[in-house]
Design a protein around this ligand. Sequence first.
Ligand code: FAD
Length: 404
Amino acid sequence: LSSEYPVEVDLPAPKELKAAYDVVIIGAGGHGLATAYYLAKYHGISNIAVLEKGYLGGGNTARNTAVIRSNYLTSEGVKFYIESVRLFENLSNEFDFNIMYSHRGQLTLAHTDATVRAFRQRAEVNKHFGGHTEMIDRQQIRELVPSLNLDPGHIPVLAGLWHIDGATARHDAVAWGYAKGAAKRGVEIHQLTEVQDFVVENGRIRAVQTNRGTIACGCVVQAVAGTSSLLLNKLGIRAPIHTYPLQAMVTQPFKPFLDPLVSSSALHCYVQQTSRGELVFGGGSDPYPLYNTRSTLDLKESLLAHAIEMFPFMANAKLMRQWAGITDMTPDYSPIMGLSPIEGYYLDAGWGTWGFKATPICGKTMAELVASGGKVPELIAPFGLDRFSRFQQVNEMGATAASH
Ligand code: FAD
């Protein structure tokens, strides 16, 4: 471990649970902790309990592959993610704590004419809103990533979408930074505390029931990612969320050779090298819905076959770890943020395979929503749950695929 590697976070010892809080946040992943942090630091609201059924940052925040980018397809999506990338760039200064933000650029490969056309559109939308993205040709790709095979078997690379703002960061440090900053300002983080049911009176949330007793609250923010639909079911809220495992894996470390993040949606594979030299790769979701974090041989075989098509020398690499998270997928591949049919119950869900990069802007906007007593910030207005009944989906499927 290098000296800049954050190995320890000082958090105040947990207190007894109080009988009531102004705000209860369910889930101490990056999103829940970020919401608590922005509420305490920028809105002066710190009578907050963050309730976590496991341990701090142990959900998808700990399991993701930390791709940070804003090169989405829709104007709503691009505007939102661009703000998140901006916040990420300054997060180590904001925390006075190193999140190991690493600006790499992200290269997405086009293997068909249709993909080249879609990439042109994404580059233009991204530039329009202040992002940095351009189309590059085979020669430029070769110069950027000399070790990449440009002619994998049946689908040669035609061009690339070069997203200069693409980056990565240490995901645990993001959770720890928010937790530290929130706790310092009086927020209580209670681990091993599971929300099991709710008390709703006259259409308004009044309390949450936990394995440690009932807690009254002014309002609730639900930020539980993979188990979003389970809590929504308890409240009788219908949402089009389906839950799928998503797997990733990592090899032994190599000397640094791969600076950009590289992905191919046609090969359903993305690869990046961590600051420790390991190669991380991931692909698409498992083919059937499941609430489970097991790894499978099927996925390992298919993903590795594609990874080796992209980087043939990897055939000799040793795999060190494989893992999975459970992801709350929406039909349009955009999140569900904002109000719910229950007054005072705010939603931060539907983050599927793409929510790590949104952690800062999600926390900031959810804090604005809570602090204003339910006035939805403009940036997240397109992502409300009611978009599905108004047929106003924000379709990001084509820009999410295997790029995360
Ligand atoms: P989490 O970190 O999952 O936190 C939710 C917390 O809620 C958990 O700690 C859980 O224990 C707790 N909880 C659940 N139910 C209860 C309850 N009833 N009571 C109390 N606590 C509860 N996104 C990207 O942007 N880039 C990527 O490269 C990327 N790669 C990914 C790769 C993989 C393999 C996976 C699985 C996901 C990936 N994602 C990526 C998605 C990203 O990880 C998530 O969208 C994001 O981490 C969600 O953060 P969160 O804080 O909402 O959820």
